[in-house]
Design a protein around this ligand. Structure first.
Ligand code: ZN
Length: 401
């Protein structure tokens, strides 16, 4: 019996509420061998106060040494085995904009780009065209018809759009056409199996027709495709944990991950303040809230140590507004580490805090990598965090007689 099945058997519906906060890429690294990480450098009196009555630890998002993307990182946090439930960005992007994907749909991300007369890419983002131009171009491409399949093109943001192909016996194991740099032509698509090879024939027809439509447009006269994936439905958070869950996030991709696991997405948040307002407004309507904070990761990716510290301090100032709602369980963690020194996601274990009346607070008093290492939880797999949150919310019955 798998771990998720056990939780599924034991989960009960109760009144208690869980607020699960993901500070994207919160784990960091010192700039010097004896220095402190971003989280340890930040002045965080409120996080530390909460940490002093919480149990702390670190978590491995996928496995020791493996650097995760945000998609698998989040799936692990929600208790799904990220190795078994690896889902492509194309699917996440389509779900992120609320496209009603059906099982076996193939989804990919479109980048509108600029190419010269020889097909050489001169700008991979077509000068980051406006979302309104992207919307018009997506509408044009959405009119493309290919025999035997349904094609959908939807705008996402700036130069990004979503392509969805609906038909029989298609595969999503397809390489990217985006060469990732300018001065090159788009790469031919490669499929790993018969179904994917069959899909490529359709995609190539689509690209050809798209090129004809876009050839007269400026600056976006071509499309690049990446993140091909086939949509499969996973058991939902409601089915596994009997939770009435809600997602509060600013960026579409995280709403996409939330929709993938059947969460309701609460709209209307553009800033952290908005997110907290949305949380307050809907606090009575749900028993599980996933609240996503993006800017910790963005600052890390930019290599901006100071900015990451500032984002953490800003979150710390607002934490009390969340705690005022008196959730029964508070989880604060990240989907992976994003140390500024590496300017990218990394494999380092991620700080984890779990608060509840029954959490058995440990001796670690500060929410930071060093204290988390001394915490009562030790180093755990991210997929165990949901089980712990459920247990702390007294939502799990005992196993066996
Ligand atoms: Zn992330």
């Amino acid at each position: 019996m798998s771990h998720q099945n056990i939780v599924n058997d034991l989960a009960i519906k109760t009144e208690s509420k869980i607020v699960f906060i993901v500070l994207d890429g919160i784990g960091g690294h010192p700039l010097t061998p004896t220095g402190k990480t971003e989280l340890e450098t930040a002045r965080t009196p409120n996080l530390n106060k909460l940490a002093s009555v919480s149990i702390l630890g670190l978590s491995n998002p996928i496995a020791p040494g493996i650097t995760p993307g945000s998609g698998p990182g989040h799936l692990g946090l929600f208790g799904y085995d990220p190795l078994k439930c690896n889902i492509g960005r194309g699917v996440l992007a389509a779900l992120g904009i609320g496209f009603p994907l059906r099982t076996s749909d193939i989804a990919a991300r479109i980048n509108f780009c600029t190419a010269n007369s020889k097909g050489i890419i001169t700008d991979r983002r077509a000068g980051r065209i406006s979302t309104s131009l992207c919307t018009r171009l997506a509408k044009d491409l959405n009119k493309i018809k290919i025999k035997g399949v349904e094609i959908f093109v939807r705008p996402v943001r700036d130069h990004r759009a979503s392509l969805i192909i609906r038909g029989k016996n298609f595969g999503g194991d397809i390489s990217d056409s985006d060469p990732q740099k300018v001065g090159m032509k788009s790469k031919p698509l490669i499929g790993k199996d018969i179904d994917s090879k069959r899909t490529i024939k359709i995609v190539n027809q689509f690209v050809l027709k798209a090129q004809q439509i876009l050839s007269v447009k400026k600056p976006a006269n071509m499309v690049l495709l990446r993140g091909f994936a086939k949509y499969q439905r996973f058991p939902s958070i409601k089915e596994i944990y009997k939770l009435n869950s809600a997602c509060i996030a600013v960026y579409p991709m995280y709403k996409g991950v939330a929709r993938l696991v059947g969460m309701e997405t609460l709209e209307g948040a553009e800033t952290l303040d908005d997110e907290i307002t949305v949380l307050k407004k809907n606090f009575n309507a749900h028993d599980f809230f996933f609240l996503h904070v993006k800017k910790t990761d963005s600052a890390g990716e930019d290599g901006n140590f100071k900015q990451k510290v500032k984002v953490i301090e800003d979150f710390d100032k607002k934490l009390s507004k969340i705690l005022q709602l008196k959730p029964d369980v508070v989880v604060i963690t990240g989907d992976h580490s994003t140390p500024s020194i590496l300017k990218s996601h990394s494999w380092h274990p991620v700080p984890l805090l779990i608060y509840s009346k029954y959490c058995r607070a440990d001796a670690a008093k500060k929410f930071g990598e060093t204290d988390c290492l001394r915490g009562g939880l030790g180093i755990i797999n991210a997929t165990d965090i949901m089980t712990l949150a459920m247990a702390n919310a007294l939502k799990l019955e005992k196993f066996g007689a």
